[in-house]
Design a protein around this ligand. Structure first.
Ligand code: HXC
Length: 517
């Protein structure tokens, strides 16, 4: 029965109006494009009926718009809090039906408010972003609004997890705020990120490019490395966000959420014992190693098509989340290059921020040689990985499966970078370099002077392999805690993590470090 109370009626009407955002025709247009509205997205993301909206009646200031009567309730963003799997999250969703979700002063105030609440209450902040960037009509006020958001993105980094869901075309500031957050999830063939769009690019540089090939999900996942994950539909990407959060604590003083695993912690993976080929120039798949070691089907790979010579992702071991870092010998022999360094460094730092133990699988012949890499700053980029592992105070376990040559040995969670427990498989080759390089440097004259130089080269390489390319030299010198059978890796790592999980390490106090970013 309709209420007769005029105050109640007014509130009801205002609430209904605020739900319409930019109006029914624009909502219909959004649906025609196959896109959900801001409110529909929030409902899909959160546990059923758990959303509580804040500030739905906030509007643009009347003195900064041409026609105050056309102001939209909520000012183009829906903000509030709710639950994901029973855990509180704060959320904001830009409403593309209202001025293209563009950000003005009041919208920025609403976003900043939920960001502040998230930090004060130790809960993740999730942005559902669908915006043309700074609202042109509000000029400097929009730019100031973005500055307020960026500052919070930076200061709250490492305090609560920040996740950006890119749901539509995101330009300018709508691309920069996500870039400051921990994870960016994009929807394939629907979401785009760019600083300047195709028309501006054509005007300035003459290049012709469309939205998809400039800033589509595939480009940002595989080429730029901006995106962490992509999904074919909005629903899939929102489900992925829920899955991602299941590995992450709500803030930097909590431990990540664990669950009861149905996978036996002592499970022996016999398949691993023959996985590494006899011939060390032959590849194998590190993805297979990871799948056998972690809890069954628990590996959530991040940036799977970017710098595929490196692997990063979250997994569970006996129900507890871990960060996995590895090389993929099946791609560029697992060499470390600039992009792999960036990928690994950022992930190691993320895990360290949020108390997620690191498990590192090592098989790398070293850093990628080449003028392009040197001039591109491989020294600086590679140093980031050293910095990240050295600084990380979370529990760290490493397993050398095969090559750990030179810098790659040191960089990839080696013992004296502070790794708590280091394992090597019997196939491990821990040395300064591979046999070819060593033969050329150490025995160049001997090879050249030989009656049959190629036979001599083979001989010195064979001797080098026998003498140095094994795990026993490292084990003898105490650089590796144990040589283990590949099949026992799972139980060894789980047991190591169980004893180092609560370790207390205090790095020297400082304002902050200065990594070579
Ligand atoms: C005000 C905007 C707007 C903006 C879009 N709209 N962007 N209004 N300010 N920045 C409005 C449109 O006028 C339109 O209003 C509605 O939103 C939908 O936009 P369309 O262009 O019809 O949609 P679509 O074809 O899907 O294109 C979306 C778009 C495009 C790619 C985002 O609108 C666009 O290029 N916008 C401008 C992007 C941009 O350059 N932003 C400034 C970035 S600078 P009606 O009334 O017709 O529905 C920036 C500063 C910070 O962000 C930089 C930090 C480093």
């Amino acid at each position: 029965m309709a209420s007769q109370n005029p105050r109640e009626e007014k509130l009801k009407k205002q609430r209904e109006l605020s739900k319409l955002g930019g109006g029914q025709p624009r909502i219909a247009k959004q649906h025609e494009k196959g896109k959900l509205t801001a409110r529909e997205r929030i409902a899909e993301l959160l546990d059923a009926d758990s959303f509580h909206e804040l500030e739905p009646f906030v509007m643009q200031r009347s003195d900064v718009c041409d026609n105050p009567d056309e102001r939209i309730l909520g000012d183009g963003v829906v903000t509030g809090y709710g639950q994901i799997d029973g855990r509180t999250v704060f959320v904001y969703a830009q409403d593309f039906t209202a001025n293209g979700g563009s950000l003005g002063e009041m919208q920025s105030h609403k976003i900043c408010r939920v960001m502040d609440l998230a930090v004060q209450n130790g809960a993740p902040i999730i942005g559902l972003i669908d915006s043309g960037g700074a609202r042109i009509q509000e000029g400097i006020r929009s730019l100031g609004g973005y500055a307020e958001i960026f500052r919070r993105n930076a200061l709250y980094s490492g305090v609560v997890p920040q996740i950006s869901m890119i749901m539509g075309p995101c330009a300018g500031g709508a691309a920069y705020s996500p870039a400051l957050t921990d994870f960016i999830l994009m929807v394939e063939k629907q979401s785009y990120m760019f600083i300047t769009g195709p028309s501006v690019i054509k005007a300035i540089t003459g290049e012709e490019v469309n939205f998809e090939s400039l800033g589509g999900a595939a480009v940002h996942l595989g080429t730029s490395g901006v995106a962490s994950l992509t999904a074919p539909t909005e629903q899939d990407s929102l489900a992925l966000c829920r899955a991602l959060l299941s590995y992450i604590p709500s803030n930097n003083v909590e431990n990540p959420p664990s669950c009861v695993s149905t996978d036996d912690p002592a499970r022996i993976a016999l398949e691993l014992n023959d996985l590494v080929p006899e011939d060390d120039s032959q590849p194998y798949r590190m993805h297979e190693v990871i799948a056998h070691v972690v809890d069954q089907d628990s590996f959530l790979e991040l940036q799977p098509t970017y710098a595929m010579n490196a692997i990063i992702g979250l997994a569970r071991m006996d129900g507890s989340p871990v960060g996995i870092v590895a090389q993929e010998p099946n791609c560029m022999a697992g060499v470390i290059d600039i992009n792999a360094s960036d990928k690994i460094c950022r992930f190691v730092r993320f895990c360290d921020c949020f108390n997620i133990p690191l498990v590192t699988f090592v098989d790398s012949p070293g850093f990628l040689p080449g003028v392009q890499q040197e001039h591109g700053g491989i020294i600086r980029h590679g140093a980031k990985v050293l910095f990240a592992y050295s600084e990380a105070s979370v529990p760290k376990v490493s397993i050398v499966t095969r090559k750990a040559y030179g810098g790659a040995y040191i960089v990839m969670s080696s013992k004296y970078l502070g790794t708590d427990i280091t394992y090597a498989w019997p196939t491990a080759e821990i040395a300064v370099m591979g046999p070819e390089g060593a033969a050329n440097i150490l025995h160049h004259k001997q090879i050249m002077d030989a009656a049959d130089p190629e036979a001599e080269r083979e001989k010195v390489m064979r001797e080098y392999r026998e003498k140095y390319l094994n795990p026993y030299v490292a084990a003898e010198a105490g650089f590796c805690d144990e040589i283990i059978l590949p099949s026992e890796t799972r139980s060894k790592v789980i047991s190591a993590l169980s004893v180092i999980r609560e370790k207390q390490v205090q790095n020297p106090p400082r304002k902050h470090g200065n990594p070579p970013v």
